[in-house]
Each structure stands twice: as C-alpha cells, then as structure tokens.
Write a protein that binds this ligand. Structure first.
Ligand SMILES: Cc1cc2nc3c(=O)[nH]c(=O)nc-3n(C[C@H](O)[C@H](O)[C@H](O)COP(=O)(O)OP(=O)(O)OC[C@H]3O[C@@H](n4cnc5c(N)ncnc54)[C@H](O)[C@@H]3O)c2cc1C
Length: 605
C-alpha cells in the first residue's frame, strides 16, 4: 500500500482524483521473472531440515529457498548469484559452523549483497551461552547482521515467521530489484535529482531511479513519451508522468493533500511533522482536537534521514526513521488529523484568542493554539558525493551511537566545537584512531578546556588544525577522504572508515514574529526559561509555552531540549495536555464573559 497515499483523507483523495489502492490495484505488476533468493547456512542436519521445511511451505511460491550445510559452498553460490545479477533477499546463518562463524559469513555476504537482509540463526538456549550472546552483540554493533533469528522448533513456528516476514518486507521496500511505485529518471548527479530522491526516500515512497543517459533510463523516458528529456521525469505506477515537478506537484500527483480545501479554523495547528510534530498530532487528534499539521518537506523530519534508529524504545533491532515516521503519520491520520504536505508556514500573526498562520501558497489558517515543532537542520558540508555515504559511514549530529560499529578503525570528526570534541572522545573509546579536522589554527577559541584536556589525554585522538575536508570516495561505504592543509596547501588522500560531522545546527525559527523570544542562536524559549518581562499575562506561562500565549514549542527547536527522537516525541505528547489546559481556560473565560454580559443585560432597566 503506498505510504503517503494511505495517509490521505477520504475527501482529499477524491479531490485529487484518486482513491487509495485503486491505481495500485489496476497496475499490479506481474510476478518477478527471477524469484528472489532466501539462503540458509546451517551445518546441523536436523535444524537445516526444519528451517527448510518452514521456509519452503510458507515462502516457496514467491522465493527460491536454498539451504546449505557448508559456509564455503554457500559463499561460492553467493558469488555466482552476484555475477549473474540474481536478487538475494535474505541470508540466514548459524553462528557456530566449522569453516566460518556465522558472523564472518554474514560480513562476507554483506560485501556481496549489501541490500540483502542478514540474520544470525540461534537456538532457544542461546541466551545462557555468553559466547553466542557476545558474538550476536558484536555483529549487531558492527552492522554485520540485521538481527538474530530463533530457529523454528515446531511446524508453523510463528515467532520464526514473524522475523522472516519482517526481513522480507524491509528488503522489498528498499531493494532496487523489487517493483516500485515511482520511477525517477534524471541526470543522476544533479542537485534536483538528489532532492527528489531524498524527498521520496524520507517520505517512505518506494521508488527506483535511473540515470537518463543509461540504456534503461532512455528506454523508460521513451515509454513515458519523454525521449531525450534532460529535466527530471517522474513516472507513477498508476500511469501519471510528471516533468520537473515541484514538491507540491509530486505530492498532489501521489494523492496527498497540499491545500486547505476550504477549511481554515482549527483547535491546534502543528508546524512541522518530525517526531515532535507527529507525536503532537497523534495526541491532539486522538483527544478530539481539530488538528492541522503542516509539513514543508518530508514526514519524519531529521529522523526520516536516519537509516536506522537504534535507541528508540521498543525497537530492539532498530527501525528506519522513514518507517517510524510513516507509522506515526498513519496513526495520526486514523485519529482524524489533517495533513498539509509540501507547504511551509511562512508567518504567524498574533491575535487575541486565535493566531493566524500564513502558508507558502498564500492561504491562511487560524488556530486557538499553535505547536511549533520545526526542528533544526544540521549544517551540511557541500562536498560532492558525501551524501551517498550518509547513514552508512558519514554521520551528522547525533549519530555518535554508531561508535561501536567502528571499533579499531580510522575515523574522522569534522568540527572544532564542544559537540565535535565530545564526539571525538566518545569515538576514541572504540576507534583505532580518531582525527579531528579543524579549520582554525587551534581548538582554544571554540572548545571548552576540559574537553581539550580530555582529547590530549585520550592517546588516540589527533587534532589536525587548519585542515579542510575537500573530497571523499568509496564503494558503498567511505574508504578515503581528501584533506587540504591551509587555504592553498597540499591536498592529501587518507584512508577513512567513517566521518562524523559536527559543524553546528540552526533551528527553523526565523519565520516567527519578534514577540516569540529565542536565545542568541534562534532556539525558542519556553516556560520558566522565559526572560523576565517577556511574558504578557498574569497567569504564568505553561511549561512548553513560548512568550506568545497560545504558541508552544517542542522538540529540537526548543532551547534546552535533548536532541533525540524519544525526547522530541515526549515533548510532542505532553504539550497537548497544556493545549487542553489553555483551551479550557479560554472556554471558562468566554463562559464567564457571557454570564457577565447576560447578567448586565438582565439587570439593565
Ligand atoms: C542523520 C540523523 C540521524 C539521527 N539519528 C538519531 C538516532 O538514531 N536516535 C535519536 O534519538 N535521534 C537521532 N537523530 C536526532 C533526531 O532525528 C532529532 O532529534 C529529531 O528528529 C527531532 O525531532 P523534531 O520533530 O523536533 O524536529 P525535526 O525532526 O527536525 O522535524 C522538524 C520538521 O519541521 C519541518 N519544518 C520546519 N520548518 C517548517 C515550516 N516553517 N513549515 C512547515 N514545516 C516546517 C521540517 O521540514 C521537519 O520535517 C538523528 C538526526 C539526524 C539528522
């Protein structure tokens, strides 16, 4: 089911001329010519027979199930399949095999089929076995496996099947080998092509991209009646063709709402659909508030660009940011929240009782309460090709949780501020060597002295001053970077397994009126952090309320917030309680005013 289409409201869908699933069903692609492969490596005969039986009975119609007793024979098969460009969806391997451990085998399988899902097969008793548990934790942290899989111990073992089905679902969503809902044909390296790919990926839309100069790209262009087009062309599975679409045109064509469609008054408008805004939308709509969410780019915000969020409660094997965002989006939609996609809120006009928001298409929406959940954007380095490694070996901001995966390796940190220093120290616990690339002559002006001392003491952190990152290369993952010393100094190529970029972040708050107080960096001040004299009413501000009554701030855009998915979700959830308090106060005040008015009228001669 198309992710964004599912989120459209019934009336939105008919307005857009589509109903969910209709175009999808009409255009249902035929079964694949080559069924994807599920490979199992298990040296123990009975266990192998049980796993084969379960997999063949359940998936045999759509997948080619292949079971091997020898890891080396299985590797030879993987190499053959790679040469023949056959799709491998899932590889499952037992940990303790005579020729190779499962962990080693899965690492080699990853090099051959980076898209394939990889599971380590373990028996029920494995929890008590420290050696197996250590191997699992090591392989997970290093990204050699996606998760463990408990071997089936009886027929129709649904626990086993749940893990396998989830693996196959994830592979299907991400694999270039599976039929996709959108085809993008473009000059692969053009900035607009990158934006469109990013937009589709972060919105969880399964798509495939072709270079317009490739034979397949040219064939697709001709099929779409756009032979020779140099602008990006988008072909939808339902049959639509868009040439160089804007984000709003693409969202429209995909069947989601980009206009207010006659509605303009809401109880609450949530600005931004990152984790904080989505949480606010779920709580507000589930508690009966008439809710509008406006998102200018992608559902999920920054989290949508995270390939795997590993520290969100309840997702032991991690969840992709796009998947988490889609689930939250659908949850808010099911409770009745209205979404406006590909539209930016450009202004807020304060009012008494209601505030008016201006949208990028010129329309206006008014609301008794506004939740600002606009987040921040980590400053990016404009190095060509760098974004291709995002999430695998290049990380912005909060991704130091990746540190264990780079144990013993040569890693680089770009930046000279406190966050870069903290990242370097954290990484030095695991990495072989950490090198900090600092543009200034030293760290003294930009970093706290306790961090400089800790860097000196670490023993495996080098600080390279006057250094600028100029390029990068690698096959799937980062392998080398180029660094220039000084403004016009020599350029050196050095091996690098990972790059952690910490060059600061900016909140998206410039569009707000001056009554809303921020700190020197633009982060929104709320509740007790408001400076004396900035709060205009007798009642104290609520905890997440800004200096403009009725306007709340949550998530990364709020001063002092913890820049994490869980805390953004937490703030987005609790703010709705404060929205209720404020609406209750407003209702009580208007009831009192009405009573006063009617008693004055009754008392008048
Ligand atoms: C690459 C990466 C990996 C990360 N990995 C993790 C992780 O593993 N675990 C973890 O806990 N945290 C992680 N984080 C941090 C986490 O994603 C953020 O803390 C979280 O997304 C903040 O949520 P938010 O809703 O406050 O803001 P955001 O996620 O920034 O969302 C704000 C949204 O508001 C929209 N917006 C902005 N201005 C407007 C406007 N004027 N009108 C309409 N819409 C607007 C933006 O387009 C955006 O979608 C990661 C961040 C990045 C960048």
């Amino acid at each position: 089911m198309p992710a964004l289409m599912l989120g459209g409201r019934a009336d939105d869908e008919s307005a857009a001329g589509r109903r969910p699933g209709l175009a999808y069903a009409q255009a249902m692609p035929a079964a694949r010519a080559t069924p994807p492969i599920v490979l199992v490596v298990e040296d123990e005969v009975d266990a192998r027979a049980r796993i084969r039986g379960e997999l063949e009975r359940r998936y045999g119609g759509d997948y080619r199930v292949t079971c091997e007793g020898s890891a080396l024979a299985a590797l030879a098969k993987l190499e053959r399949w790679r040469s023949a460009a056959e799709p491998v969806a899932l590889v499952l391997a037992d940990q303790w095999m005579p020729e190779l451990t499962g962990e080693e085998f899965l690492a080699r399988a990853k090099a051959l089929f980076p898209d394939a899902k990889r599971g380590l097969l373990v028996s029920f008793g494995a929890w008590g076995d420290r050696r197996t548990a250590d191997a699992m934790l090591r392989a997970m942290a290093a990204g050699r496996m996606d998760y463990y899989v408990l071997k089936p111990w009886r027929r129709a073992d649904e626990f086993f099947h749940r893990t396998v089905t989830e693996f196959l679902h994830e592979w299907e969503r991400s694999s270039a080998a599976s039929p996709q809902e959108v085809a993008l044909i473009c000059e692969r390296r053009s900035p607009r092509a990158h934006q469109l790919r990013d937009l589709l990926a972060r919105n969880g839309v399964p798509y495939v991209a072709y270079d317009n100069a490739s034979p397949e790209g040219r064939r697709r262009l001709a099929e779409a009646g756009q032979a020779g087009a140099s602008d990006p062309v988008v072909v939808l599975m339902g049959g639509g063709v868009l040439v160089d679409p804007t984000n709003a045109e693409l969202a429209d064509a995909y069947g989601v709402s980009t206009t207010l469609e006659g509605r303009s008054h809401f109880d609450v408008v949530v600005v931004g659909a990152g984790p904080a805004g989505l949480a606010a939308a779920v709580y507000a709509s589930s508690e009966g508030l008439d809710t509008l969410v406006v998102e200018r780019e992608s559902i999920g915000g920054q989290a949508g660009s995270s390939s795997l969020i590993r520290n969100y409660l309840g997702f032991a094997r991690g969840i992709s940011g796009a998947e988490l965002a889609q689930r939250a989006y659908q949850q808010a939609w099911i409770f009745g929240a209205r979404f406006l996609h590909a539209r930016e809120v450009t202004g807020l006009q304060p009012g008494t009782g209601r505030h008016v928001l201006t949208l990028s298409d010129g329309s206006e929406a008014s609301a008794a309460t506004v939740v600002v959940a606009t987040g921040i954007s980590y400053r990016r380095l404009g190095i060509p090709g760098l974004d291709a490694f995002l999430g695998t070996s290049v990380f912005y901001g909060a991704s130091v949780s990746e540190a264990r995966a780079h144990a013993g390796q040569e890693v680089y940190v770009v930046g000279g501020g406190n966050s870069a220093g903290q990242a370097a120290i954290h990484l030095s616990r695991y990495a072989g060597r950490v090198t900090m690339l600092v543009r200034r002559a030293s760290l003294v002006e930009t970093m706290s002295s306790y961090l400089i001392d800790a860097i000196d003491a670490a023993g495996n952190i080098d600080v390279r001053p006057n250094a600028e990152l100029t390029g990068c290369s690698g096959d799937g993952e980062l392998e080398t970077i180029t660094v220039r010393d000084g403004v016009s100094g020599p350029i050196e190529t050095v091996p690098a397994a990972a790059l952690f970029i910490q060059i600061g972040a900016e909140p998206y708050t410039a569009w707000l009126p001056p009554q809303i107080r921020r700190d020197a960096w633009g982060y929104l001040l709320t509740g007790r952090d408001l400076p004396p004299g900035s709060w205009p009413l007798e009642r104290p501000p609520l905890m997440l309320e800004t200096s403009l009554p009725g306007v709340f701030a949550v998530g990364d855009a709020r001063e002092g917030s913890t820049k994490r998915v869980a805390s953004a979700v937490g703030e987005g959830s609790v703010v709705i309680e404060q929205v209720h308090q404020l609406l209750d106060m407003a209702h009580a005040a208007s009831r009192a005013a009405r009573r006063r008015a009617s008693s004055t009228a009754l008392g008048s001669p």
